[in-house]
Design a protein around this ligand. Structure first.
Ligand SMILES: [Zn+2]
Length: 159
């Protein structure tokens, strides 16, 4: 049985009058993330980790931010397409571990819904989708609430 590991990272700026989508869930907040798509920082980091594990390049290669078709797209569609690419290479997801870095709002109340959304798309159990969150103790652009970041690691298994 062959296994492959992948790592992904993503950043987005925060601004007023934008929706805040993280992990496929809309989070009530006075600021949202700026991006070509819905700017879901966690789903983008997970896409990059999946692509990395399958050695398929990165999210910008498959979903360029110059594409008209992808403007304001729901990142769940990008994740679904990425999972399909990984399956075409004959791999399935074993588990995901991830960390969201932001100052506000609190992520904990939304984690179980994010786990459910992601696990369903990957056809794994919610226990296979770990989502953690941390602040940067008010340091840097994340601490000043100018932006957010997410990191993800995935393990794939040959099918
Ligand atoms: Zn992104």
């Amino acid at each position: 049985m062959s296994h492959r590991i992948g790592f992904g990272i993503d950043f987005h700026q925060l601004a007023a009058k934008r929706e805040l989508w993280i992990g496929g869930v809309k989070i009530p907040h006075h600021k949202g993330a700026i991006g070509h798509s819905d700017a879901d920082v966690l789903l983008h980091a997970i896409c990059d980790a999946l692509l990395g594990a399958a050695c398929l390049g990165d999210i910008g290669l498959h979903f360029p931010n110059t594409s008209k078709e992808l403007e304001n797209i729901d990142s769940k569609i990008l994740l679904k397409r990425t999972i399909d690419l990984v399956r075409e290479k004959n791999y399935k997801v074993v588990n995901v571990d991830s960390t969201i870095c932001l100052e506000q709002p609190k992520i904990r109340p939304h984690v179980s819904e994010m786990q459910k959304v992601i696990a369903e798309m990957m056809d794994v159990s919610v226990d296979d989708i770990s989502i953690k969150a941390t602040t940067t103790e008010k340091m840097g652009f994340i601490g000043r609430e100018e932006g957010i970041a997410a990191y993800a690691t995935v393990l794939l298994e040959g099918i």
